[in-house]
Design a protein around this ligand. Structure first.
Ligand code: ZN
Length: 449
């Protein structure tokens, strides 16, 4: 772990005050707990798998140090735990029976369950990672399934987070691969932020930008080594993931870590892609395929000169809100998502006059933006190779999607989030259709085999 980098990030983070990354850290879990929670009681929360991997050891270290403890709360290990609201209700109820501070020992879903349940029980918590599988450990908010629909629920990040490489190293390989793909997504996500910045939609916050983008190239630079079990690569990965969470805290937004590639993954997630697989299709694997797809779109965009668009014609063809609303209703029928997509699309809808201003700004700024995007992005081929080397799926068919589903996602994904991305730029510039058709035409990036 780069201590200076983490310390600098902690100064900016709102919720998390203490992060430990390294080998052999688990035995010092009590000291870390003490720094944040003094002499308070602790309760380990895990599932049967993660309890065996690290939860029981955490409990023993705390007990050996004389820490007052409540009996561990352990979810079943099979089938794989999902972040369903019913689990949160049960855990919250159990937490109300005492005043102990929860220690979440697990990865994505377990961490999200404890994060939200702790919030509902009006308590802070500590996180002990068992896999470098996603960037949510130090992020605020939790992705929870309620009434069959995936919600992002409010709740603060943990007060303290511990990641022992000796534990992470032994996690299933697919979990490390998933974390790699989630982190790789920060490449196109950064590009989307540059687009939003150039068009004065959402300015880049330079200190927050550097928290994510600073260590990123190194952290994603050794996919084959990571997949082969290299410790340095694993250390860089978990640090990158934790930095990403801290950056979201500092920005009070997921913008630093999430762009159109995450809109792809959220859409597939909300429609239940791979939800009932055992193990379920991971967040990171969807982000990985989304990242390749967005990088491929950027390539089509960057091959064009967007400084000489026919603004007058584009404005005259710009749809009214009523037309957009119909299109959103046509594109999204999933209960919950259907109404949410209308709200999100309405929030970022602009009028014809606003479109004129935006495209005029684009014309002025395209040369500079083009240059910044070229520096930020990698080609879709590069991303595909890196993901492959890290053991990740790279083709939609690897994650259970047909090419036509992927093609439709280029149009549908932007409707579900208000965040401005390359999908909005392509739509406003009137070139989304052309670019997508090029990608799926013979010889294009997504040409059928
Ligand atoms: Zn993510």
């Amino acid at each position: 772990m780069n201590t200076g980098r983490i310390e600098a990030a902690l100064l900016k983070a709102n919720d998390t005050a203490d992060v430990g990354i390294g080998s052999g850290l688990l035995p010092s879990v009590n000291e870390m707990f003490e720094r944040s929670f003094g002499g308070q009681r602790a309760v380990v929360v895990a599932d049967e798998n993660t309890f065996g991997v690290a939860g029981d050891e955490v409990r023993r270290h705390l007990e050996a140090a004389g820490r007052p403890m409540v009996d561990p709360y352990v979810f079943p290990g099979r089938p794989t735990l999902h972040a369903e609201y019913a689990h949160i209700e049960r855990l919250t109820q159990a937490l109300h029976a005492h005043d102990a501070i929860p220690i979440a020992v697990g990865s994505g879903s377990l961490n999200d369950i404890v994060k939200r349940a702790s919030y509902e029980a009006r308590r802070r918590f500590m996180s002990v990672a068992t896999a470098a599988s996603m960037d949510g450990y130090t992020a605020f908010g939790a992705a929870i399934t309620k009434d069959g629909y995936k919600h992002t629920m409010t709740c603060p990040a943990p007060r303290a987070a511990l990641a022992d490489l000796d534990i992470l190293r032994n996690a299933p390989a697919r979990m490390t691969s998933s974390g790699y793909a989630d982190l790789l997504g920060k490449v196109p996500a950064g590009a989307d932020w540059l687009v939003a910045d150039a068009l004065d939609v959402e300015k880049v916050n330079a200190p927050v930008w550097s928290l994510v983008q600073g260590p990123l190239r190194e952290a994603i630079g050794s996919p084959a080594e990571l997949h082969a079990g290299d410790d340095h690569a694993l250390d860089s990965l978990i640090e990158g993931l934790i930095m990403s969470g801290l950056a979201m805290q500092a920005a009070e937004s997921s913008r630093p870590a999430s762009g159109a590639e995450h809109q792809f993954s959220h859409l597939w997630e909300m429609e239940g892609l791979g939800y009932n697989d055992e193990p379920p299709l991971s967040h990171g694997f969807k982000v990985g395929v989304g990242s390749i797809a967005i990088a491929a779109l950027y390539e089509r965009m960057l091959s064009r000169d967007l400084s000489n668009l026919d603004v007058q014609t584009l404005v005259s063809r710009w749809p009214s809100w009523e037309q957009v609303e119909l299109a959103v209703k046509e594109a999204h029928k999933t209960p919950g998502l259907d109404t949410a997509a209308i709200v999100e699309s309405r929030t970022k809808y602009i009028t014809g006059d606003e479109l004129r201003q935006r495209l005029t700004r684009l014309a002025e700024r395209w040369p500079g933006l083009h240059k910044r995007l070229r520096e930020q992005l990698m080609t879709a081929d590069q991303l595909r190779r890196m993901l492959h080397d890290a053991g990740c799926p790279t083709h939609p068919s690897d994650i259970g999607l047909h090419l036509e589903d992927l093609k439709a996602t280029y149009y549908r994904a932007r409707m579900i989030r208000r965040r401005y991305t390359v999908l909005d730029l392509a739509t406003e510039a009137g070139i989304l259709d052309q670019c997508v058709n090029e990608l799926f035409a013979p010889g294009g990036f997504w040409a059928p085999d």
